[in-house]
Design a protein around this ligand. Structure first.
Ligand code: BGC
Length: 793
């Protein structure tokens, strides 16, 4: 990595799919993997284009069962552009004769450039430079510019520029037994001399997708050339034959437009797409506006941090903003766990926004609000789910897609054993608390009461209601219990030998449920009386309900064993795993669940966690806030107990999720424990080095990417936005002690925070906004617009 670039020298088929994910370009509306334009899907290549929120549901038969799955649909490929000297085969990097190959992703400008030289079977040497963007200003446009130089030959160059609708969802090997044929052809055609278009329809969600491509030769001297149109039901192309002279470059530019029937302000997708490419400026002019838009994004998004960590963090910011951009704010979409970069987890939305929104809240709050609105629109589905399960309020799904029903699969494949196994991950009810937490954090960062008192508040109240109804009083324990759930550590989905799935008293679930109930009570208190009356009357919230919230929030059970918080009731009685033996035998044991299942055993028998579960509490809450929550629940949580708990789980976690190293780095940094830097580095490597071994080629890990950024923004600064103040408690790492960034906070654009040498500097730009209360380790300062304050920590 360079400071603003990700660079690859040479072509390596084995890692090509990883490059495609890391070099994917997008604008929050759609995204295209960084695939070679001349290649179709195969062992080494997987071109993929995904529109945010464009899902389709299909049934498949696996393991003797009929299962239904909803996928983020791989849309027609707009990239195809191939070339050859007449009489030779089309160029691909997989053929012999490649002399040079270099790929550079420019993060500052959002441009992917490929330069290559090759010798064809006739001995001709050709040099090619290719640049592409997915437009940051007009979210429906993309451009690909190809410059071909015949180094030592003259003759005819053949170029084919196409739109390919023959694609399927086939990007994840584990899903290959499932039906991936989501697209039905819906017409092709051309318009004018240089535009072809293609339309397709998704099989069951009936979304129309239209793409149009305009292909032109540009440059000072455009040679006379011939052009032929090829229109097939699923593929359209222009074929050009261009006379070339030795040493003279020819530039072909392809501008593509993409629309779906979900778009606003269109009459039909195909008309809109054709119109768009007809109206579009040329490649260079589009590129200029695109680069300016990225410049504006970076001004708001960047961290001032040096070194290798800073470089990787910039890559992470880049991918977060390509998935969730200001364009996303207007769409009905959530946070896809694997970005729009591939097909892993089928483009579904999990709890990962918990790791993404805190960064966005303080930079691009509109995006957070848009993503939270996606959840609000699915409140009726969450209410229905709660009702059907016998609860009140809203029970959000663990995996969410188009309409908010539960999209978690019923069976999942263990590639190690080849067995399809029941999937109980849907019992992760804690996703509701994540939504409540995000609503509250968004409000704390923005002060947006218009949202909190309406959509946000409604979600918060309904999730609180769900928890109050899910908690059952246990007379013997004199405590409320939430039973039959799965915590963030999804290795444990049942007690060993139990005949029902789920666990009891998951500490993370219960503590976050208690927190949600407290915030719902806070909201009930702070709502303006007329609005409270409206909301409570409409939702049917009764006074006795609030009393129950109060009671449950004080009496939920949190189990302990041997002086540490138990992940769930009985965790401490599970067998200890011989970690050394498993490491020696298997090397990488991140997916211990699969290893043990393949051995005929089950991870449910062991004190072995996939990822941070109890320790997630230290990620969401400062120790002070956590101790106060525990005290309210009638438990004592002091620093020693927390440290013991951290040590305990650190030794029993396999980090089978990339989120785990983010949380461990965070918790260790906050407790000033050794090893924070090691986990931070591991989190930074998650995607760029594909540390889970083959998962990044199927899509980036958006939660981990955003989590690493937030680790600097909130983790190392101890930044909290609560009680209408900015709280800071810096805990910089030895390896990372001088950094800064600008935030948006409560109407201030560009609140500067700088951590250096035991001091924290806070600066506010000039404005009419109200002063900000800053609390640094108990010292309170009120910083007004135009002021700079420095405080020791
Ligand atoms: C993790 C979940 C996460 C999901 C999607 C899983 O491997 O265990 O916590 O939400 O991936 O990123």
């Amino acid at each position: 990595m360079g400071t603003w670039t990700l660079e690859y020298e040479g072509y390596d088929p084995a890692t090509e799919r990883l490059r495609e994910s890391l070099c994917a370009l997008g604008n929050g509306y759609f995204m295209t993997r960084g695939a070679a334009p001349e290649c179709t899907a195969g062992e080494h290549h997987y071109p993929g284009t995904y529109v945010a929120g464009c899902y389709d549901r299909l049934v498949s038969g696996v393991a003797g069962r009929v299962v239904e799955n909803e996928d983020l649909v791989n849309l027609p490929n707009w990239l195809p552009l191939r070339f050859r000297a007449a009489g030779t085969p089309w160029f691909t990097p997989d053929r012999p004769g490649l002399l040079e190959y270099r790929q550079v992703l420019d993060l500052r400008r959002g441009v992917l450039t490929r330069t290559l030289r090759y010798r064809d079977p006739r001995g001709h040497r050709t040099r090619v430079t290719q640049r592409r963007f997915v437009h940051a200003v007009d979210p429906h446009l993309a451009g690909l510019e190809t410059t071909v130089l015949a180094e030592d030959w003259s003759g005819r160059l053949e170029v084919e520029s196409a739109l390919d609708g023959t694609v399927t969802n086939a990007g994840v090997a584990r899903y290959r037994d499932l039906n991936g044929e989501h697209l039905r052809p819906a017409g092709t055609g051309s318009s004018g001399a240089d535009v072809v278009w293609l339309q397709a329809r998704t099989a069951t969600s009936c979304i129309l997708i239209a793409e149009a491509a305009r292909t032109r030769l540009t440059g000072d001297v455009v040679p006379e050339h011939s052009r032929e149109e090829v229109l097939r039901p699923r593929r359209v192309a222009h074929r050009l034959v261009i006379p070339v002279r030795q040493g003279q470059a020819v530039t072909i530019e392809k501008i593509a437009a993409l629309h779906t029937s979900r778009d606003f302000a269109i009459s039909s997708p195909v008309e809109a797409a054709v119109q768009r490419v007809q109206d579009a400026a040329g490649f260079q002019e589009l590129l200029d506006s695109h680069v300016l838009a990225w410049d504006h994004l970076w001004r708001r998004a960047d961290l001032r941090i040096g070194g290798e960590a800073g470089d990787v963090l910039r890559l992470h910011i880049f991918h977060v903003l390509q998935t969730l951009s200001p364009h996303t704010a207007d769409l009905d979409v959530g946070v896809p766990a694997r970005g729009l970069h591939g097909e892993a987890y089928r483009g579904h939305v999990f709890w990962d926004e918990l790791f993404v929104l805190p960064y966005l809240n303080l930079r691009f709050p509109e995006i957070s609000r848009g993503v939270l609105t996606y959840r609000w629109r699915r409140l009726p589905a969450a209410r229905r789910a709660a009702r059907q399960a016998g609860y009140a309020g809203a029970m959000y799904p663990w995996q969410s897609g188009s309409d908010g029903r539960e999209e978690s699969q019923e069976l999942h494949l263990n590639p190690l054993s080849g067995r399809w196994l029941p999937d109980h991950s849907r019992l992760q009810r804690h996703v509701g608390s994540a939504i409540a937490y995000n609503v509250w954090q968004y409000y704390q960062a923005t002060g947006d009461t218009a949202f909190l008192y309406t959509r946000g508040g409604e979600m918060l109240l309904e999730v609180a209601r769900f928890w109050a109804s899910a908690a059952r009083y246990d007379r013997a324990l004199d405590r409320y219990r939430i039973c039959g759930v799965v915590g963030p550590d999804e290795y444990h989905d049942a007690y060993p030998d139990a005949n029902r799935p789920g666990l009891d008293d998951n500490a993370y679930t219960n503590v976050t449920a208690a927190w949600t109930l407290c915030r719902a009570l806070d909201l009930a208190q702070s709502l303006p009386a007329p609005r409270r009356a409206e909301l409570f009357e409409r939702l049917g919230v009764r006074r006795e309900e609030l009393e129950r919230w109060e009671e449950v929030s004080r009496r939920l059970r949190v189990p302990f064993h041997r002086g540490v918080i138990s992940q769930f009731e009985g965790y401490g009685e599970l067998a200890e795993l011989d970690w050394d033996r498993y490491r020696a035998r298997y090397g990488d044991i991140r997916r211990l669940d699969r290893i043990l299942e393949a051995e005929g055993d089950t991870v449910n028998r062991y004190q072995a966690s996939k990822q941070a579960d109890v320790l997630m509490l230290g990620y969401l809450f400062s120790l002070d806030e956590l101790a106060a929550l525990f005290a309210r629940l009638g438990y004592r949580l002091d620093e020693d107990t927390w440290r013991r708990t951290v040590d305990y789980y650190l030794r029993r976690t396999s980090h089978g999720s990339t989120l785990s190293s983010v949380v461990h780095a965070w918790v260790l940094a906050r407790t000033r424990g050794a090893g924070a830097w090691r986990y931070f580095r591991e989190a930074l490597a998650s995607d760029i080095a594909d540390i889970q071994g083959g998962t990044t080629p199927e899509g980036v890990h958006l939660g981990a990417m955003a989590g690493t950024i937030d680790l600097v923004q909130r983790g190392l600064t101890g930044l909290e936005t609560r009680e209408d103040a900015l709280w800071l408690d810096p805990a910089p790492l030895r390896e990372l002690r001088d950094f800064g960034f600008d935030l948006r906070y409560r109407g201030h654009w560009g609140v500067g925070l700088h951590i250096i040498d035991g001091r924290v500097r806070v600066s506010l730009p000039d404005s009419e906004a109200a002063p900000v209360r800053v609390v640094v380790k108990g010292q309170v300062a009120v910083v007004g617009p135009g002021q700079v304050v420095e405080l020791p920590y």
